[in-house]
Write a protein that binds this ligand. Structure first.
Ligand SMILES: O=C(O)CCC(=O)C(=O)O
Length: 330
């Protein structure tokens, strides 16, 4: 979010004003630009592409789209989406090496910390700072031979995401996360706190649990009805580039804790989620959480295509790649 704000602020910096006035103007400019792209410049064409030939959903996909539309999220076992067990086996075999590496790295770091004789508080602080280990991070070169990339643009996924959004979406993020458990007494930081994602209102994040995720493994939590049109949509209403984290005590006053869903599930649980609604996760206190993450946005998104965390060469696309998949990757 910070990188995005800086980039957008730079883009609007031709206006000769200083201080808060500039900031206000910049924000107004970004909001106007987003609305323009959503209403006129970008999304109408992707809506048209979708409407020309809407995909036919199977019953499991239709259920996911209905749940997303009604509540902003859906939780479904992978095997319901893709009954062929070979697909899951291929994906998890690919994910295993990073998980094993993360476990080894962590053990080595803990050993080094123990040997350093640093006080426990300091050790905990260090672990907390890097509680999220990412396989790819910001930039990775991929090809469609990669089973996760291929799956991310398969009809099994894109037909759901695009049907919910009513447009052809762009895949802008793909990664494997390993969440390191930290003390239950530690403070929640970053995405462990309630927040909306402010880069786009037409977005779907997909989290695929690769380990069993119970309350101690930092499950994703979501406030159903907090995305557009929902009963909590007006609490810290979504607007491009708004404040990321509402104060925790005020949050609990305005949205009762009972309104939130804790999305626990065994390995193989798939969560589709419009994260312009309120969500948090990754506060693992007992066990690590391993999961796969995809982010899909509309063409109007402020996290533009230049922010993609992966690169893929269109010249290497197989000729039979469906047009919606090609669109998602370019
Ligand atoms: O780690 C999680 O469960 C939450 C992730 C999150 O907040 C995000 O991707 O926006």
């Amino acid at each position: 979010v910070h990188r995005l704000k800086v980039r957008l602020a730079r883009r609007c910096r031709n206006i000769p004003l200083a201080g808060p006035a500039t900031a206000l103007l910049e924000r107004a400019g970004v909001r106007a630009t987003y609305r323009l792209h959503d209403a006129l410049l970008s999304n109408p064409s992707s809506r048209k592409l979708f409407a020309t030939e809407p995909p036919r959903l199977d019953p499991a996909q239709a259920e996911v789209v209905n749940s997303l539309s009604a509540e902003g999220y859906a939780l479904v076992p992978f095997r319901r989406l893709v009954p062929d067990p070979a697909v899951w086996d291929r994906l998890t075999a690919d994910a295993a090496a990073f998980t094993e590496q993360a476990v080894r790295d962590l053990a080595a770091e803990k050993e080094a910390l123990a040997a350093s004789g640093a006080p426990d508080r300091k050790k905990e602080k260090k672990l907390k700072k890097s509680y999220l280990r990412r396989r790819y991070g910001r930039e990775v070169e991929l090809t469609l031979d990669d089973p996760w990339l291929r799956f991310g643009v398969s009809p099994a996924m894109l037909d759901i995401v695009n049907s919910y959004l009513g447009l052809w979406s762009k895949l802008i993020y793909i990664d494997q996360w390993y969440t390191v458990p930290t003390s239950a007494e530690s403070e929640r930081i970053a995405s462990q706190r309630w927040h909306r994602d402010y880069n786009d209102q037409h977005l779907v994040k997909v989290f695929i649990y690769l380990s069993d995720v119970d309350e101690g493994a930092g499950p994703l939590e979501y406030v159903p009805g907090s995305a557009r049109g929902g009963r909590y949509a007006n609490e810290w209403r979504w607007d491009p580039l708004s404040e990321t984290y509402p104060p925790a005590d005020e949050f609990d006053r305005r949205i009762p804790p009972s309104a939130a869903k804790t999305l626990v599930g065994p390995a193989g649980s798939v969560i589709f989620c419009n994260t312009s609604g309120f969500h948090r996760g990754g506060f693992a206190t007992e066990r690590p959480r391993v999961m796969w993450v995809y982010n899909y946005v509309s063409k109007a998104s402020l996290a533009s295509l230049s922010e993609r965390n992966f690169r893929v060469d269109p010249d290497g696309f197989p000729p039979d790649l469906p047009p919606a998949a090609r669109y998602a990757l370019t």
